[in-house]
Design a protein around this ligand. Structure first.
Ligand code: F6P
Ligand code: MG
Length: 472
């Protein structure tokens, strides 16, 4: 499928991709360097107090770490000077040949430099390349240089997490009331979907321009906060998706969650999944699709997924805070114990643990628009076609759904996702952090532009886009 519009790329200096290459990526790379540097410093101290054997091991690891730092510094240098993207070295991990084949095509088109390549390709390539730098070093293979950042951010989300846990606990006592009352259930559904939607507003690759208080503000939940934010949802298919979901009663349907970020966002994904399974008759199983390797700083890897549950269950994970009641602590335990039970029973599962799941998961870390899914990852297309609903979380998933090309804002979502439209019931929950956006009233977009609102990229606005399966 070929979209009738060109992709976003940094040749347009007013676009977010330009700012990304000039400012955001260098910061992200510097953070990786700093992090590895700190680890090397600790290792040096440790080596001093170790026996010879251990000290030798550490010294090898330190040397390899220094090499990684040099490689990333070199990459930063080349990026800033618009040098060519180099082939991804063969590191025995996924998709090397695929990335390099696409790079060859860009080379033919003279678009194989940091400021010349389509933004979507270059950004995915960047994370795959960082992966290769670590993979090639025996002591660092598979290392997640974003892990500490993800964990710290999660620790700082305690207040919002306890608040949501208590809200969910209140639901428990009201269960009987709303289960027999479709209107009440609808109101709750909308609260839950919005918790999940706004959970996407906090994302580490954007932290380069959000302050901690901005983040706390974005995590505030509760009815009034939700209500106040509703006007920021520029395309709102909540009614359509609810009407669809209501047709699924008692059919044992599966929900597929194409995850985005670890930490607080994943927590809100669990909350939404739990709500649909525990409090409604519409879904009996949920499969969560993670990323196979560290991706766009904050995305969920299988290791993050496992750690999320154990962190939430550990009473020592969140820093003590006098505003948190012991009731909330109990509520969180109760809820997450249920999630653990669902995981044990296979009601919740991680895609990488199902048959063919590793293979299906690869696709999410490729550089491609999703409209090519059925050709590039037929097993995945097949799997999703059996789903009751596929939820795509976050900004990058949205960019890939719409191919990251310059669609006019009023383009229908069904047009922008190309041949994927109608393959399965699809819901995208996205806060806007990149230029591409469709399904929006032109006058609304113009008005925002005239007010100089950075509505496409600020993370303050959102889109809820739903498309049913086509019935023909
Ligand atoms: O940097 C590109 C980008 O897609 C941004 O647009 C966004 O800030 C980030 O990466 C990822 O956002 P999300 O975690 O919501 O996919
Ligand atoms: Mg992400």
């Amino acid at each position: 499928f070929q979209a009738p519009y060109p992709p976003y790329d940094p040749t347009d200096r007013s676009g977010f991709s330009y700012e990304t290459v000039v400012k955001r990526w260098p910061i992200i790379l510097t953070n990786v360097i700093d992090h590895v540097h700190r680890l090397l410093h600790d290792m040096t101290l440790e080596a001093r107090d170790s026996d010879t054997l251990k000290a030798e091991e550490l010294s090898k690891k330190i040397t390899q770490g220094q090499d990684i730092i040099s490689e990333i510094s070199r990459l930063k240098y080349r990026m800033a000077r618009d040098h060519e993207l180099e082939d991804i070295p063969q590191d025995g991990d996924v998709l090397v040949a695929e990335y390099n084949a696409d790079l060859e095509k860009l080379k033919q088109a003279s678009q194989n430099t940091w400021f010349g390549a389509p933004w979507l390709y270059a950004e995915c390539y960047l994370y795959r390349l960082i992966r290769a730098y670590f993979n090639q070093k025996t002591y660092w293979r598979g290392f997640d240089s974003f892990s500490a950042q993800k964990e710290e951010m999660f620790r700082n989300s305690g207040a919002a997490i306890y608040q949501i846990a208590s809200t969910m606990h209140e639901l428990e006592s009201e269960k009987a009331k709303f289960q027999g009352d479709p209107d009440k259930l609808e109101v709750l559904f909308k609260e839950m979907i919005q918790i999940c939607l706004w959970g996407n507003a906090t994302d580490l690759s954007l932290l380069t321009h959000l302050s901690p208080s901005d983040i706390e503000h974005l995590q505030t939940v509760g009815k009034e906060a939700q209500e106040a934010r509703r006007e920021f949802i520029l395309k709102d298919d909540q009614n359509a998706v609810w009407t669809y979901i209501k047709t699924l009663a008692n059919q044992g349907k599966r929900l597929d969650f194409v995850l985005d970020n670890a930490g607080f966002e994943l927590f809100t994904d669990f909350v939404f999944a739990d709500f649909l399974v525990t409090y409604t008759p519409y879904f009996s199983q949920v499969v969560f699709h993670p990323k196979l390797f560290p991706w766009f700083v904050s995305d969920v890897t299988p290791a993050d997924f496992a750690k999320t549950i154990s962190s939430l269950l550990s009473t020592a994970f969140f820093p003590p805070n006098s505003t948190i009641s012991s009731d909330s602590v109990a509520h969180l335990q109760q809820m997450v114990t249920r999630w653990q039970k669902y995981l044990d029973e296979g009601i919740f599962s991680l895609a990488t643990n199902i048959n063919n799941g590793q293979k299906m998961t690869e696709f999410w870390t490729g550089p491609w628009p999703y409209w090519n899914m059925n050709e590039l990852a037929p097993e995945l297309g097949q799997w999703l076609s059996g789903s009751g609903l596929v939820i795509f979380k976050g900004d990058l998933n949205y960019r890939k759904l719409a191919g990251d090309v310059k669609w006019p804002v009023s383009t229908p979502f069904s047009t922008a996702i190309g041949p994927l439209a109608g393959s399965f019931p699809l819901l995208s929950l996205r806060t806007n952090k990149a230029d591409v956006a469709v399904g929006i009233d032109e006058t609304v977009a113009e008005d925002l532009d005239n007010r100089d609102e950075k509505w496409r990229v600020s993370g303050k606005y959102a889109l809820v886009s739903f498309l049913p399966r086509s019935v023909d």
